[in-house]
Design a protein around this ligand. Structure first.
Ligand SMILES: [Fe+2]
Length: 144
């Protein structure tokens, strides 16, 4: 898979994550509601910025960013959640799994960008990796 295909899959996964984070933001229940509800909002806002930046980077590279749910779901590897109440524990477990995936997927894009000598894309995704690794640490700390 070439760099731009990996970036489009990444974009599709971020689009799925955007609605998935809203799902958790709306449906989380229990004693950690007031902690998780605003944290999830912060994450979907961050995801919205990533979606826009990755799509515009693809355009700047001369490629077509995926821009419909139908197309995004066809290439995304991240799994959606049903629209139903979820406990704080299950919310954080789902989030921890996705963040592990985000870290792995971001590293893959960085490696592909470096291989193609695309320093700008490598730099953009390195910024995401920094944020995801920090989030990973915070989630692990929250789970202790
Ligand atoms: Fe909200």
């Amino acid at each position: 898979m070439s760099l731009h295909e990996k970036m489009n899959r990444y974009l599709a996964n971020q689009q799925v994550s955007y609605i998935k984070l809203h799902n958790l933001h709306w449906y989380v229940e229990g004693s950690s509601f007031f902690t998780l509800h605003p944290k999830l909002e912060e994450l979907y806002d961050q995801t919205a910025e990533i979606i826009d930046e990755v799509a515009e980077r693809l355009l700047a590279m001369g490629h077509k960013p995926v821009a419909s749910f139908k197309e995004a779901l066809a290439i995304a590897t991240i799994k959606e959640l049903d629209s139903k109440p979820i406990s704080g524990k299950d919310t954080i477990d789902a989030l921890a799994k996705d963040v592990d995936w985000w870290v792995k997927d971001t590293k893959e894009v960085i490696a592909a960008a470096e291989k193609e000598g695309d320093v700008v894309s490598a730099d953009i995704f390195t910024g995401y990796l920094k944020e995801y690794e920090k989030l990973n640490w915070m989630i692990k700390a929250f789970l202790k």
